[in-house]
Design a protein around this ligand. Structure first.
Ligand SMILES: [Zn+2]
Length: 190
């Protein structure tokens, strides 16, 4: 099994995981920032992590992998490559999550749902609903990283390559601000 240390090393090496003091789009401040696209831009690392995650479900007779756009697309693709099955993705269509582009799932098809990072689990929840609407059977949820703090609970098995603790605070209560650490807005060049 791929060690958490290796996953952490790759996240840090590629800049997908940053430690510091960040201002999030929500306005909250955080001590860590995760952007898996930074890691997934390297196909060899994407393949390595996809194989590790797919391997966790090797005995589940998975027939298709589905992830939510955008974050889940590359993860789905690499996990599906390892398992030798189809890779699909869901998209938002006027709000709700759906399968578009002629993607279909068969009645009873065994489906693995994947995501890059699980935070609230909202997107995964919606993909699970799409899978069930098509009469297919979710056999598990796989993620590169789980930063939900154990708050998500589905009726299927959850596997994440790494569990990450991320603290966030309302700006006015941020201890990092109180320490006088400069705040960085991730994604902006400064
Ligand atoms: Zn702060």
């Amino acid at each position: 099994m791929l060690a958490e240390e290796r996953v952490l090393h790759l996240l840090r090496k590629t800049g997908a995981l940053l430690d510091g003091h960040f201002k999030l789009t929500s306005g909250r401040h955080s001590n860590r920032y995760i952007q898996c696209a930074q890691l997934l831009q390297y196909p060899q690392y994407a393949a390595e992590l996809g194989a590790a995650l797919g391997g966790r479900f090797a005995g589940e007779d998975v027939q298709a992998v589905v992830g939510p756009a955008m974050g889940g697309i590359l993860v789905s693709y690499e996990v599906a490559r390892h398992l030798g099955v189809r890779s699909l993705f869901t998209e938002r269509d006027g709000g709700g999550m759906t399968l578009r582009r002629g993607f279909a799932l068969d009645e009873g098809e065994r489906v693995l749902v994947v995501e890059d990072v699980i935070t609230t689990g909202g997107s995964v929840e919606e993909v699970l609903a799409v899978v069930r609407e098509h009469g297919a059977v979710p056999v598990g949820v796989g993620a590169l990283a789980d930063r939900s703090g154990g708050k998500v609970c589905w009726m299927v098995r959850l596997e994440a390559l790494i569990k990450l603790n991320v603290s966030s605070y309302p700006a006015e209560e941020c201890p990092l601000c109180q320490e006088g650490m400069p705040v960085v807005k991730p994604g902006s060049r400064s």
